[in-house]
Write a protein that binds this ligand. Structure first.
Ligand SMILES: Nc1ncnc2c1ncn2[C@@H]1O[C@H](COP(=O)(O)OP(=O)(O)O)[C@@H](O)[C@H]1O
Ligand SMILES: [Mg+2]
Length: 254
């Protein structure tokens, strides 16, 4: 379980996130929505330690220091970015492998003594990376350079990488942005199959309404850094403050 209280992020004079509190329970899918510039990405950056923030954060009841990316990822909280973070010059399999923590062997002697285990581990790593590519629908692309992938495939490659990291909680920043209708549906199916296979809790930033409705148990709405509404999707859409905040800024897929 991820629990954040009174998160606040300031950039100079701008308060980008203002006293936001939220809880994401295990296996729960929570949508984080709001117009452009409302602080969604900044909140995710704050929760994953990428920007300095005030407030407090707990993972499974343990306090986690803010502003330290390693601290939260070690507790199983992973994320993807609004722009997919993929290394073009590496193959898809290599990109996926980045999702695994490397062994930290201090000395060469230790490495030599453990060489059999290392070879087994190496094989295991490859198998798991291949499995992650299969999960993401990229099994036949394992040797292809990531630079040759379509945008939708790059998005799914990023997902393969976090899948390998076995997150307990995953923060997804606009995973369907830039995807066409078919790719968006593929992504919905993929996230549903992960959910049904005991997958991670998701905090999902997204603009596409059909995407949110298919996946979210709850939604949280930000406007100008503040939470203005929260609840089940139907309640949230019916809230007049949400309508006002969204008027003219939402992307509705026909
Ligand atoms: N690194 C930064 N430096 C200064 N201002 C920033 C920075 N990142 C975001 N902001 C500002 O914080 C506000 C929230 O931005 P952001 O979190 O990206 O919104 P959203 O993801 O909801 O579109 C905006 O006013 C944006 O200009
Ligand atoms: Mg954003």
């Amino acid at each position: 379980m991820l629990a954040a209280s009174d998160i606040r992020v300031r950039f100079g004079g701008v308060v980008a996130v203002d006293q936001v509190s939220l809880i994401v329970h295990d296996h729960e899918i929570v949508g984080l929505i709001g117009p452009n510039g409302s602080g969604k990405s900044t909140l995710i950056n704050a929760l994953t330690g990428l920007v300095p923030a005030e407030g407090s954060l707990e993972v499974d009841g343990k306090p986690v220091p803010l502003g330290r990316p390693g601290a939260v990822s070690r507790l199983g909280v992973l994320r993807t970015f609004q722009t997919p973070q993929v290394h073009d010059a590496l193959t898809c399999l290599e990109n996926a492998l980045i999702g695994l923590q490397e062994w930290n062997l201090r000395t060469l002697a230790a490495a030599w003594l453990r060489r059999r285990a290392m070879m087994r581990a190496e094989r295991g790593r490859w198998e798991r990376a291949q499995e992650a590519l299969e999960f993401a629908g990229l099994a036949d692309k394992s040797d292809a350079l990531a630079g040759a992938l379509s945008y939708g495939e790059r998005r799914r490659l990023e997902l393969a990488r976090v899948y390998l990291g076995r997150p307990r909680t995953l923060l997804l920043d606009e995973p369907a942005a830039g995807l066409n209708q078919v790719e968006t549906q593929t992504l919905v199916r993929l996230l549903k199959s992960w959910r049904d296979a005991d997958g991670p809790a998701l905090l999902l930033v997204e603009h596409k309404i059909d995407f949110l409705e298919e996946l979210c148990h709850r939604m949280i709405v930000l406007e100008l850094g503040k939470q203005i509404a929260a609840g089940e999707p139907a309640e949230v859409w019916a809230d007049p403050r949400v309508m006002d905040a969204y008027l003219g800024s939402v992307v509705i897929d026909a």
